[in-house]
Design a protein around this ligand. Structure first.
Ligand code: BES
Ligand code: MN
Ligand code: MN
Length: 454
């Protein structure tokens, strides 16, 4: 197999301009799944993704689902070789933040840095895996590789399970690779074996038909913005982040020794973490406590409270309504339905006329911390980046992961390429050639290693 890798450095360097052009094309289609106005862009994005797959030698089809399409591409070798499914998502978050320094859907290429919405989450890593697969395919790695590119990951994958069920016979896999997670820091790769789940809710309180003059109604009128804020403050100790809803932590599985040791060896550094996310202060600074809180404990987060007046100056109105958008991150062995029921009961008790609406929910995931696929990931990252990964969990959620494990019934490994400073979901999101080029080498090695696992 020695000559499998002989051309690899040259291949990576020679394909840089082509990779950048492909990434630019994909980033410049605003595949924002959250916004119905972008439906035509989702369709265009799926077609462009299928073309990119075909140009790399894959058979590709755009599969319709109850929601957004999924793009499936295959690089086949021999039916006797094992199948690897590689998952990425080609939809993106909205990019309405005022802090963007350039157009979010015009990709800037500067010194090997690619700035634009979706560059790192998750178009860049997806394309990186494809370029590696093309090389592996051309160099006879005995593996069949299937790409599964989803277009509604960022809205909780509502149609993914239905698609997997109806395509099941065509999705037979010996293992799955997901590249949609982040490293501890630059130079410190991570292979997460777990993800948190999530349950979203909106809580809305209406106390009138319209906003009124606070000189006329302030006093007797209820203030829904204040009451919603009060409810949130009852749910959450804002200083510590501890959730005060009775029973919330009941099903949380304590962290085992093996996991705690693996977290402690991850090379997490508080100052670097703060700098990467541009956070000016935290609730606490102890690195072990931070890792536990992101990876192994649940949260209740308020994403926004709306209602009343938000323009310049102070407009003296009593708002007619207010709404809080909330989500809870869930860990083993919590149940989304139970968390929802706890929030409903708590709201009924403390703010009985508020209306709780359930939004999307995803289950948590816990895979294997060791085994042949984890070993292959270690070998691959050592080869691609010169450093073995830390085995950690991840604080985010990927709906497709739980679904793929449930239906494809095979091992799943997460080898992400994104860095904290790439800015997932943030303004000036970016990806870079360092991660892409090392990533291509990593994935070629990974493909070669998994082809040997029976
Ligand atoms: N790539 C992320 C998942 C992720 C987040 C991995 C943080 C590692 C660290 C994914 O695209 C994502 O953003 N998922 C959403 C799902 C939600 C909208 C249902 C999330 O976690 O908020
Ligand atoms: Mn993602
Ligand atoms: Mn995301």
């Amino acid at each position: 197999m020695a000559d499998t890798f002989a051309d690899l450095d040259r291949y990576v360097n020679d394909n840089r301009a082509r990779f950048e052009a492909d990434l630019k094309q994909l980033v410049e289609i605003p595949t924002v799944s959250m916004d119905p106005d972008h439906k035509p862009d989702i369709r265009r994005g799926a077609d462009a993704a299928a073309s990119v797959l075909r140009a790399c030698g894959a058979d590709a089809r755009v599969v319709q689902t109850a929601g957004n399409p999924v793009v499936i591409g295959e690089l086949k070798t021999d039916p006797r070789h094992p199948w690897l499914t590689v998952y990425n998502h080609m939809d993106v978050q909205p990019a309405d933040e005022p802090e963007w320094k350039s157009e979010p859907f015009k990709m800037q290429i500067r010194d090997g840095k690619y700035v634009g919405r979706g560059s790192t989450d998750d178009k860049g890593p997806g394309l990186t895996a494809l370029y590696a697969a093309r090389y592996a395919h051309q160099h006879g790695v005995p593996l069949n590789i299937r790409f599964l590119w989803e277009l509604e990951e960022e809205i909780g994958s509502p149609s993914f399970e239905g698609m997997v069920k109806s395509e099941l016979a065509k999705l037979k896999s010996n293992s799955v690779l997901v590249s949609d997670t982040i490293w501890i820091a630059k130079g410190r790769p991570a292979v997460p074996y777990g993800l948190r789940g999530v349950q979203g809710v909106t809580i809305r309180l209406t106390t009138g038909a319209k906003n009124t003059h606070s000189g006329l109604t302030g006093g007797p009128a209820r203030n829904p913005v204040a009451e919603i804020a009060g409810l949130v403050a009852r749910m959450l100790d804002t200083k510590t982040g501890k959730v005060k809803i009775p029973g919330f932590y009941e099903d949380v599985r304590p962290l085992g020794k093996k996991e705690r040791d693996s977290f402690a060896a991850a090379g997490f550094n508080t100052a670097r973490y703060k700098a990467a996310h541009e956070l000016t202060s935290l609730r606490f600074d102890d690195p072990i406590e931070i890792m536990k809180r992101i990876w192994a404990l649940p949260t209740l987060e308020v994403h926004g409270i709306s209602g009343g007046y938000h323009g310049p100056g102070v407009k003296t109105v009593v708002p007619a309504w207010a709404e809080a958008k909330i989500s809870c991150r869930l860990v083993p062995d919590m149940k989304a339905a139970k968390v929802l029921q706890l929030i409903r009961a708590f709201t009924r008790k403390h703010l009985p006329d508020a209306k709780v609406t359930a939004e999307h929910h995803l289950d948590w995931f816990l895979g294997e911390i060791s085994g042949p696929h984890a070993a292959a990931a270690t070998t691959a990252l050592r080869f691609g980046f010169g450093r073995a990964p830390a085995f950690t969990r991840e604080g985010g959620s990927i709906g497709a992961v739980v679904t793929m494990v449930r239906y494809l019934k095979c091992p799943l490994v997460m080898i992400g390429l994104s860095l904290p400073e790439h800015g997932y979901h943030a303004p000036n999101e970016n990806y870079d050639w360092g991660q892409a080029s090392g990533g291509m080498k990593t994935f070629v090695k990974y493909f070669s290693e998994v082809s040997k696992i029976a």
